[in-house]
Design a protein around this ligand. Sequence first.
Ligand code: FDP
Length: 331
Amino acid sequence: MATGLTLSEQFFRDQAASAATGDLSTVLNRVSLAARMLAAEIMRAGFVGRLGLTGDRNVQGEQVRELDIISNDIISQVMDHAPMIAGIGSEELEDVYAMDGSENGKYVLTIDPLDGSGNVDVDGALGTIFGIYRRPAHRAGEPAAAQDVLQPGRELVAAGYVLYGPSTMFVYSAGNGVHGFTLDRSIGTFFLTHPDIRIPEGTGSYAVNEANEIDWEDPVRDMVATFRRQESRCGKRQARYTGALVADVHRILLKGGVFMYPPTATKPEGKLRLLYENAPLGFVVVNAGGAATDGRTDVLDITPTELHQRTPLYIGSSGDVAEVRRLLHGS
Ligand code: FDP
């Protein structure tokens, strides 16, 4: 007899605490709907001429692609009229977007709508990263603002990512394990395919943009050389770097290893954004038994002071991240 298939909607509902109102499941369902819409847009983008640059730059000063705009619009549309979501902090928006009529919403969403957009032109993997925070109670009734979102990753209620690769995967944690779903494109449904993911130890790859070596500080250069020469205590590692953070972290979540984006001379805080990338991915990886640090502090313990704040990132198997700390700072 065939084994049962678990739909994402059913899983989100079953995982919620019995006293839950269903609001968190609703938010997760909406994120997964946005993911399905985005997967379809990405698939079509090449032949409807939507791969190019718009000519604008975003708040980070990076070139904006049509797909960046499309993905941000999809997220806003899908979250509109969801009264439990007071606002959205997006990597594409300068300020928090307060949802009309949702001043009493209990959650705020952080989102990197299209991660790895440099891969758009070459049909490489792309991602979406999201985090869901509870709003401070005293903010009820006010339009959402930055202070609702400026919370440490430890306060995340749920976080996850979508990987648009050969298949589309939705991976999330609500603090109770990490679970992965694969999209059946023919019927537009996510099925549970990877329950209770645990990040392996002692295997896998290291992922870092080694072309930045010239801009690294000596301890970083020495550390990466230690990995490259297979001299780290972690054991033998392959080098893998896709240019899409979600794809690299997903591989490491399933196979083990460590992803690194160290500070460089031109980017002393690294490139990646704490609220939109590092904290939500840190939440997922830590809930799978791994670790995430900026080199000294656990990523989940850093309280952001700015919406678009960047921090260095070392994320992956606990043993590998411990080795990074040891090689960088001796502890
Ligand atoms: P992208 O700029 O293409 O969107 O944070 C964005 C990100 O990609 C990550 O997905 C990726 O890991 C990293 O930047 C790649 O940066 P480098 O090209 O500097 O290695």
